[in-house]
Each structure stands twice: as structure tokens, then as C-alpha cells.
Write a protein that binds this ligand. Structure first.
Ligand code: PLP
Length: 457
């Protein structure tokens, strides 16, 4: 009897033909047909009363369409979290987007000296910008912040020891834990001080001839407050230099500007770290800097040269599209005003209250005509994200949605399944769309998507 039910299922080829192709490559329709049949068989196996469903063709076509679109396609970020790691962190500036398109289309002088007509070094333009903007002797760009730190430790402390305060043994996320990175890079971690208090003489006492570097890490995603202390960079630098070894600082989010200018609290800048005596500073390209994913290292030439000679440098090297985007992003910093308006991350973080209010009202007005939806503009607080400025909250403006005939979580899901998906958050039984992270074209598009969703059922 069971067999009869299964025999009623069409063959893969038959189902694929029933589904029709509708411009979707046939190979994907076949893959979708296999997948839908497997799911249906499983559902029938689990439920002896279930007969073969009648809508298999439509399901195959829907899945095939989905497979033919990029799985990591565009979403509308209505969370208000500017540096959302799961949504790709920093959106790129217009010049950076143009530079990527150009670099992608043809060839570029990636490792080529045009004047001399011979091979040269990768990412010279990025390094020149980093030197210009920070005053550092030398610079290096690699794949991401974690890679920058791994390479630095490998090049400077392999087979030796590195001193780190117990208050700075961070985990950035998942597999990025400082003690493990040190081990992978072949260095021995020497923990000094305690979780809340580490003094200069803690470092001093641990400073043996096997120690190759002092490592200071910005606790970027948590905060030690209250009864706490750690030595200044100046003190650490003097101690390191007295022993002939470098002070390295991982500042994490890599602000090239004073975050107070956009109304945030102070976040250590790359320049401060260098000025106060760090020999190498490592940071990310796609956090507060507002560029593509990259790891940057600036500082003293002798140490940067050591990084470039390390075999890991090749494995961690930066891609040409990233170089193009990074160079165009850094170029905006030549004029701080221009950086604040041109780089989306900075513009969003620094968005004035009246602009957020206006954006929220545009969205409210665009949604006003949709039946069954109650739309209000509400003051809110959003976070920075990307492990930057923990605990800091930014006053923002959001549009709150309440549907007459469904729950907030059902509404959130509907928006998330829109094309493109709209990512929101729920608070007090309402779906919130934060104005801060919306692009100019988003209100109209959100209204179209929500309108379609509400018409559909
Ligand atoms: C974010 C962060 C990293 C890792 O940088 P990625 O670019 O995400 O690889 C390392 N150290 C600190 C302190 C950070 O905040």
C-alpha cells in the first residue's frame, strides 16, 4: 500500500518538464526536482496517511528560481546596526564601488611598475595612503584583521614569547581567540597581571630574553570597568624599546578619525596608538574605517619588512578587488569632511537626528496606504556593531509596524522572505525598521515589498 503512494510520485525528468524552465537553466530545474521529490518522499515516509502532493511542479520551479539567484544576495538592513558582521559590515562608498568595477573588468598594475616596465610590489597604493594618513614609516595590507594579527605574531614572535595582559585575552567570535592565534603562529603566550588590573611591573617581571614582543589588544567587544587599570602605551613602549623588542597593538576597529566627531564616545585611533609609541598597529578595513574586508598593519619599517618576508604573507595576501576598494576608500580620508560624507559607515554613524527623522517619515508615508498595517514613527536606540564601541548606543528613529491580523514574529518573517529580504528587529510586539541603516532608495523598495506581501494573502 505504501508503495502505491510512492509510485504516484513522478520521475525526476517528468517533474522537471512539468515544472517548466521559465528561463532557469535546466540543470537547476533537475536539481530542484530531485530535491523536492526527496523532501516529499521523506514527508510521506513520516506520515503514512499523506498522499503525494499536487503542487510539486510549482515547488520545483520556486526552488529552481531560488537556486539560480545568488545565495548571498542583497538584503535591506533595517536593523540600525551599521557594522553588521552577518550582513557584510561596511557598505562601500561610490568611488570604492566604481574602483571595484573597473578593477574587475580588465587588467591593472597590481604588481607592476609601469615606469620601469617590471615587476613591483602588491598594494603599493594602499600602503602609500596608509603612510600618508597615519605618518607611519611603512604599511601592509592583508586579508582581514585576524590575518594581520596572525602574520604579525608569526613574523615577530615565532619560537619565542609574547607578553599579553590577562585583561586583554580576547575572543572576537567563534574561532578567533587570542591564546589560540598565538599558538597557531608558533609563539608562547605569557599572561601578565590579572583580569581587571595589570601594571607595568607585571610586564617588567615577565620580560626575559625569550620575549620577542609586547602585545596590547583593544578589548573592542567588551568592557572592563570599575576597579581596573593597565599601563599606558607610552610606558609599555619605553619598556619594550629598552629591551630592543617591539610593542604591537591590535586596535581592532581601526578608526582613522576621532569617533567623537560623529557623536560617539572615544574609540582609540590608529594615529594615537602610533603617536604614543606602538611600533606596529593592526586593524580591520571593514569596521570603523568603512572599507572592504582587509587587515592593515602600519608602523616601523624594519618590522613591516619582517612581516613581508614571512611565508604566511603570501597565504594571507589581499585580493585585487579589495585593493581597488581600499585605495578608493582611504583616498577620501585626505579630507576629513569628505570622509564623513562619502564613506557610508561614517555618514550613517554620524547621521543627524533630523535626517533620521526625515528618512523614517519617508518610510512611514510610503507604507501608509497599505491596508491592515499600523505604521508609527518612534524614537529608538541602535548599536554600532562589528565589535566596535560595546555598550555605546546611538539615539535613532525607527518605523514601527503592527499588522492587524498577524503576530510581530509572523510579520518579521514575511519581510525577511521578501525579495530582497528586509532584515528587522522585534520589540514590544512590533517590527522595527531603523532609519539609520536604510539607503536612500530603500523606503520605496520596502513599500513595494510589503505591499506585495499584503496583497498576496
Ligand atoms: C574585529 C577584531 C579583530 C578581527 O578583525 P577581522 O577583520 O574581523 O578579522 C581582531 N582584533 C580586534 C581587537 C578586533 O576588534
Amino acid at each position: 500500500m505504501t508503495d502505491d503512494r510512492f509510485r504516484a510520485l513522478p520521475a525526476v525528468e517528468t517533474l522537471a518538464s512539468q515544472a517548466g524552465a521559465d528561463g532557469v537553466p535546466r540543470a537547476l530545474v533537475i536539481e530542484a526536482a530531485r530535491e523536492i521529490l526527496a523532501r516529499e518522499r521523506e514527508a510521506m515516509g513520516a506520515d503514512p496517511a499523506r498522499a503525494a502532493a499536487g503542487d510539486l511542479g510549482a515547488r520545483v520551479l520556486a526552488l529552481a528560481r531560488m537556486l539560480s539567484e545568488p545565495a548571498q544576495g542583497r538584503v535591506i538592513n533595517a536593523t540600525g546596526v551599521v557594522l553588521h558582521t552577518n550582513l557584510g559590515r561596511a557598505p562601500l562608498s561610490e568611488p570604492a564601488r566604481r574602483a571595484v568595477a573597473q578593477a574587475a573588468r580588465g587588467y591593472l598594475a597590481l604588481e607592476y611598475d609601469v615606469e620601469e616596465g617590471k615587476r613591483s610590489h602588491r598594494a603599493l597604493g594602499v600602503e602609500a595612503w596608509l603612510r600618508r594618513l597615519t605618518g607611519a614609516e611603512a604599511a601592509l595590507a592583508v586579508n582581514n584583521g585576524a590575518a594581520a594579527l596572525l602574520l604579525t605574531i608569526s613574523a615577530l614572535a615565532q619560537g619565542k614569547k609574547a607578553l599579553v595582559s590577562r585583561g586583554e585575552l580576547i575572543e572576537i567570535g567563534g574561532s578567533f581567540r587570542l591564546p589560540e592565534i598565538l599558538r597557531k603562529a608558533g609563539a608562547t603566550l605569557v599572561e601578565v597581571g590579572t583580569t581587571n588590573r595589570t601594571r607595568l611591573d607585571d610586564y617588567q617581571r615577565a620580560l626575559t630574553p625569550e620575549v620577542a614582543m609586547l602585545l596590547r589588544v583593544h578589548p573592542s567587544n567588551y568592557r572592563v570597568i570599575g576597579f581596573s587599570e593597565r599601563p599606558s602605551r607610552g610606558e609599555l613602549a619605553a619598556l619594550a624599546h629598552g629591551a630592543g623588542i617591539p610593542l604591537v597593538e591590535d586596535v581592532g576597529s581601526g578608526a582613522l578619525f576621532d569617533t567623537r566627531e560623529v557623536g560617539l564616545e572615544h574609540e582609540p585611533t590608529v594615529l594615537e596608538s602610533l603617536t604614543e609609541g606602538a611600533d606596529l598597529v593592526t586593524f580591520s578595513g571593514d569596521k570603523l574605517l568603512g572599507g572592504p574586508q582587509a587587515g592593515l598593519v602600519v608602523g616601523r619599517r624594519e618590522w613591516i619588512d619582517a612581516l613581508k618576508r614571512d611565508p604566511l604573507a603570501r597565504a594571507l595576501r589581499i585580493d585585487k578587488l579589495t585593493i581597488a576598494a581600499l585605495e578608493a576608500t582611504l583616498a577620501a580620508y585626505v579630507d576629513p569632511e569628505r570622509a564623513l560624507s562619502e564613506i557610508p559607515t561614517l555618514a550613517m554613524l554620524g547621521a543627524p537626528a533630523h535626517a533620521l527623522q526625515a528618512q523614517a517619515e519617508r518610510l512611514r508615508d510610503a507604507l501608509a496606504s497599505i491596508d491592515g498595517l499600523v505604521v508609527t514613527v518612534v524614537p529608538q536606540a541602535s548599536e554600532v556593531g562589528g565589535g566596535a564601541l560595546p555598550g555605546a548606543s546611538l539615539p535613532t528613529v525607527a518605523v514601527a509596524l503592527r499588522a492587524q491580523d498577524r503576530s510581530a514574529s509572523a510579520l518579521e518573517r514575511l519581510l525577511r522572505l521578501g525579495r530582497p529580504p528586509i532584515i528587522t528587529r522585534i520589540q514590544d510586539d512590533r517590527v522595527l525598521l531603523d532609519a539609520r541603516t536604510l539607503l536612500d532608495e530603500d523606503p520605496a523598495e520596502i513599500a513595494r515589498i510589503v505591499g506585495e506581501v499584503f496583497q498576496r494573502d
